[in-house]
Ligand binder design. Structure first.
Ligand code: RAM
Length: 342
């Protein structure tokens, strides 16, 4: 399976990233080229916020791709995942005349004006991980189908609580496009196929560790009959696991959602969590960077049916709504978590 076989490559890329982080990201190229015409495509990654291991890994994948095609990589971003915190970074990238911006949006609309201005200035816009409205970008690189991500999490919590009882959702920022899409689909899936599970609350930890930790404590206090928490964010699930692991609810209140194996390993090993899902964030960043390159080179426009090569991941085709799909979500548990390192 591609996911497992690429683990060594992922580690190499991360080690490489760590060593290259000591050198400047900028370039000596004085041509001022925005990358049109090939070899020196400049690609700026703009995650929801900095300091999240998920984006560290996805952006390392982006950097690896950019190095493979001989472009210039940069990562910039705000400290907090608030709706318009990314705007100044978009404006700067537009002024710099980068070839493409690769953005995970904190809000579907709040950054659209800035993105449209950047686009008018010739910057190709790729959203990845969390989309904007479709007319604010050229392509959205989605990690997996939203339906698939929602169903994987509902299946996991249903299995972990015997398909019955109260559950709550601990999400990321209240406006996050990706989490809100998944939550809506989880609600539909619960209503359609799990009549005995009751979603009693949805709270927002803003992809901030401490806020997510505090919201977990509050959830357990307000809902004494809670049987499970679903956290569709790597920051939220790790903070909730840390809280649960030393609380009297450990082993009584189930926790699942989307997490990175490295952040969740200790909680799987100590019995706080039995299983959770994710995709390979490094592949996501890698694919997004190749999509950016194909746009910069004019190989694709982001129309349905456009195809492009994404290095070692192979060929991808743009689908409906300018969306490119990485693959399927993957479930991690005690049996397989040792196989992963990200
Ligand atoms: C957090 C972010 C990101 C999301 C993952 C699952 O790292 O909210 O956008 O895709 O969780």
């Amino acid at each position: 399976m591609k996911f497992i076989n690429r683990r060594t490559a992922a580690l190499t890329a991360l080690a490489l990233t760590a060593s290259l982080a000591l050198t400047a990201c900028g370039s000596d190229d004085e041509s001022g080229s925005n990358g049109n015409g090939g070899g020196d495509a400049s690609v700026t990654f703009l995650p929801k916020n900095l300091g999240n291991p998920y984006f560290d890994t996805s952006d390392a994948g982006g950097k690896k791709a950019v190095e493979e095609f001989g472009g210039k990589f940069e990562e910039v971003g705000p400290d907090t995942a608030t709706p318009d915190a990314q705007v100044p970074f978009i404006n700067t990238a537009a002024q710099q005349g980068v070839g493409a911006l690769v953005v995970s949006a904190n809000d579907p609309k709040a950054i659209c004006d800035a993105l449209n201005e950047a686009s008018d200035a010739g910057v190709k816009i790729v959203t990845f991980d969390s989309d904007t409205e479709a007319d604010c970008r050229d392509i959205y690189v989605n990690q997996a189908s939203s339906e698939g991500i929602a169903k994987a999490q509902v299946d996991l919590i249903a299995e972990q609580i015997g398909d019955s009882g109260e559950i709550a959702i601990l999400s990321a920022a209240a406006n996050a496009t990706n989490q809100n899409a998944w939550i809506e689909l989880m609600e539909k899936e619960l209503a359609a196929n799990h009549p005995n599970i009751k979603l009693v609350d949805t709270v927002y930890g803003d992809d901030d560790d401490q806020t997510s930790f505090d919201k977990t404590a509050a959830l357990l206090q307000s809902h004494p009959n809670l049987k499970g928490i679903v956290s569709p964010t790597t920051v939220g699930i790790a903070a909730a696991a840390r809280y649960l692991s030393t609380s009297k609810s450990k082993g009584k209140v189930a926790l699942t959602g989307l997490g990175t194996p490295n952040q969740m390993r200790e909680y799987v090993e100590n019995g706080t969590v039995t299983a959770f899902a994710l995709w390979n964030p490094e592949d996501l960043g890698y694919l997004a960077a190749f999509a950016a390159k194909a746009l910069i080179d004019g190989d694709i426009e982001g129309k349905k049916g456009d195809t492009f090569e994404a290095g070692e991941l192979g060929e991808y085709t743009v689908g409906d709504n300018g969306e490119v799909l990485l693959g399927d979500p993957f479930v991690f548990n005690a049996d397989n978590i040792g196989d992963f390192d990200f």
